[in-house]
Design a protein. Structure first.
Length: 239
């Protein structure tokens, strides 16, 4: 998949994921999102619904990508093995690769000034292949249907940097926001030449109500990190 001539690594914006949290009685809550082409949406949704895995959102995360992809957010409660089998079988209705990861390309993490990015953000991240990933939890406790949702289940701001050469990086991810933060963050991103590509919900019954703002830019990596920092400063993120 490409955006603006950049071939995206799965870790930047194409990795479907599912997280499980144990709840009472050996049951689990599962949340995540699946990355699908448009023709895969209906068969995957049918298989998930048949197995009791619900959809909480279906939408874009980026713009002008080729081929077009959709992001299907999911939620389930129950036996974790049954949930896992349902999701696995549903993905069998898609072209999602379930085998070993593809070999790394010639682009390397050495093309990315990760130390400079961390200084600009005031936050350290970690490398996933060549993609530098930073997550920032919110300061509040997030609840979904009476169960606390930890940051690792998709309620932390995600910021990903993929090197594109010459000190530049493509960045994307999503800010996790309260309603009052949405427009201040839009303004901060746009002031720093970072495009906002989507604003929407990912869940249905969360408390407090959250909005997810996706973004895109391809420019000097450290400069972009400064822009993201300016946006983070307009949120109630953990320090």
């Amino acid at each position: 998949m490409t955006v603006g001539g950049v071939a995206l690594k799965p870790a930047l914006a194409l990795g479907g994921w599912v997280a499980f949290k144990e709840i009472a009685g050996g049951q689990a809550m599962a949340m995540g999102d699946l990355v699908l082409t448009e023709d895969e949406v209906s068969p995957v949704m049918a298989a998930l619904q048949a197995g009791g895995v619900e959809q909480t959102a279906l939408h874009n995360h980026v713009l002008k990508e080729s081929p077009r992809v959709m992001y299907m957010h999911i939620l389930a409660h129950g036996d974790p093995s049954k949930i896992a089998r349902t999701i696995h079988d549903a993905l069998g209705q898609s072209r999602t690769p379930l085998g070993p990861a593809s070999p790394a390309s010639a682009t390397s993490a050495s093309d990315l000034d990760t130390a400079g990015i961390a200084r600009a953000l005031g936050l350290a991240g970690k490398l996933n292949g060549v993609v530098y990933q930073v997550t920032v939890a919110r300061s509040e406790k997030i609840m979904e249907m009476g169960t606390e949702v930890p940051p690792s289940m998709g309620v932390a701001t995600a910021i990903n940097f993929q090197p594109t050469g010459g000190g530049k990086a493509a960045i994307t991810g999503d800010f996790v926001l309260r309603a009052s933060e949405v427009n201040p963050v839009i303004r901060a991103l746009r002031e720093n030449r970072i495009e906002v590509t989507a604003v929407h919900s990912h869940m249905l019954d969360e408390e407090p109500r959250l909005f997810f703002m996706h973004f895109w830019a391809n420019d000097d990596a450290v400069q972009l990190a400064r822009g993201v920092r300016a946006a983070l400063d307009r949120t109630a993120s953990k320090k």
